[in-house]
Design a binder for this molecule. Structure first.
Ligand code: PLP
Length: 388
């Protein structure tokens, strides 16, 4: 059966050149980077080369990059690391109500440890207001964590403006850039962040590896203790093939980022335009222009997003009802609810996310299958009947 994958925000396939770059580190170059013999030194130099590539992509110094097991660990490390290291200064953390669960659940954990968390609201486009950040700061605030772009509806947050607010107040600022690094320009200096989270599997690298940028001089403590790897910040023998894969993925992303963003956003816009014009009662979720080039999130009133998703799956189309973590639950997305959508409209949403292997043919195929699928489901939907 034909397969059309439009769920690149959940994960990407590993680029063939990334696989090629990683392969020797499973076989002939298998050393432990901490060993001082030749085998270890080969692995060490591969890890350091990858570190330089990651630093180069985001305008950081290589010593400010710490490899992790992915975006979730990077987020945990940033939040818990700052919270516990700066407890004597204060116990207040500011975040937003639309963050990924990697942030929200870490905040829940910190709350149980005695920290106080402010969850900022967003407007109907899913945007955080920098003035609200400013107003929320107290003498006890030690950290602000606001994501760069949202994984569900794609809105890009005013991170540079929030960075200025944080700097003026002397508060650490972290951003979860898992959905932006490798897709749109990310420069830690322009963003004004002290910490930034990265995940390899969102940019054609392998799963289970990521990085945390930590600005030099930041007062942070480790999350994982052990053998002192990653300059005492993240113990554990390095995932050398994974780190090499992240480095290669970053190098490839840098080479064609602008061109890819343009191509992908055109495909996305063709799909969106046709859906919004030709399928009744459909609404775009997220900001119309300040959004990720690959993200289209649409509510199809009177029908469950899950039902459309499963229907499309039968036709070989892979889309999503929200973040991968919540797509098995029928609960309405916390992101769409925070934007003011009713639970019914939030549950009627579907996310299409495009990537490197998306084509015009894919868009045509979706447009062939989707409208019929929505009207079939609406014809049997109690929600649709109630509205008549
Ligand atoms: N943050 C955001 C915004 C994400 O989209 C994801 C993954 O979906 C994560 C964090 C978690 O990253 P990882 O899957 O590498 O743990």
């Amino acid at each position: 059966m034909k397969r059309v994958y439009l769920d690149y925000a959940a994960t990407t396939l590993v680029h063939p050149e990334v696989i090629l770059a990683m392969t020797p580190y499973f076989s002939e170059l298998w050393g432990n980077p901490s060993s001082i013999h030749a085998c270890g030194l080969e692995a060490r130099s591969a890890v350091e080369e990858a570190r330089e590539k990651v630093a180069g992509l985001i305008g950081a110094h290589k010593d400010e990059i710490f490899f992790t097991s992915g975006g979730t660990e990077a987020d945990n490390c940033a939040l818990q690391g700052i919270a516990f290291a700066n407890r004597a200064r204060g116990n207040h953390i500011i975040t937003s109500s639309i963050e990924h669960h990697a942030i929200l659940e870490t905040c829940n954990h910190l709350k149980e440890q005695g920290f106080s968390i402010t969850y900022l609201p967003v407007d109907s486009y899913g945007m955080v207001d920098p003035d609200e950040v400013k107003k929320a700061i107290t003498s006890k605030t030690i950290l602000i964590s606001i994501m760069h772009a949202n994984n569900e509806m794609g809105s890009i947050q005013p991170v540079p403006e929030i960075g200025r607010v944080a700097e003026t107040a002397g508060v650490y600022f972290h951003t979860d850039a898992v959905q932006t690094v490798g897709h749109i320009p990310v420069d830690v200096n322009k963003l004004g962040v002290d910490m930034l989270s990265i995940s390899a599997h969102k940019l054609y690298g392998p799963k289970g590896v990521g990085a945390l940028y930590i600005h030099a001089g930041t007062n942070i403590q480790p999350l994982i203790y052990g053998g002192g790897q990653e300059r005492q910040m993240r113990a554990g023998t390095e995932n050398v093939p994974g780190i090499v894969g992240l480095g290669k993925a970053v190098e490839l992303a840098q080479a064609d980022m602008d061109e890819e963003a343009r191509r992908i956003s055109q495909l996305r816009d063709t799909l969106l335009k046709s859906i919004l014009e030709n399928v009744e009662h459909t609404y775009l979720n997220g900001h119309p222009t300040r959004r990720l080039p690959n993200n289209a999130n649409v509510s199809f009133e009177f029908v469950e997003g899950e039902a459309i998703c499963l229907n499309l799956d039968l036709a070989g189309i892979c889309a999503a009802t929200g973040s991968a973590c919540s797509s098995i639950s029928m609960e309405a997305s916390h992101v769409l609810l925070a934007m003011g959508l009713s639970p019914e409209l939030a549950r009627s949403s579907l996310r299409f996310s495009f990537g490197k292997w998306s084509t015009e043919e894919d868009v045509k195929y979706v447009l062939e299958k989707l409208p019929a699928s929505v009207s079939r489901l609406r014809s049997i939907s109690p929600l649709a009947r109630k509205s008549k």
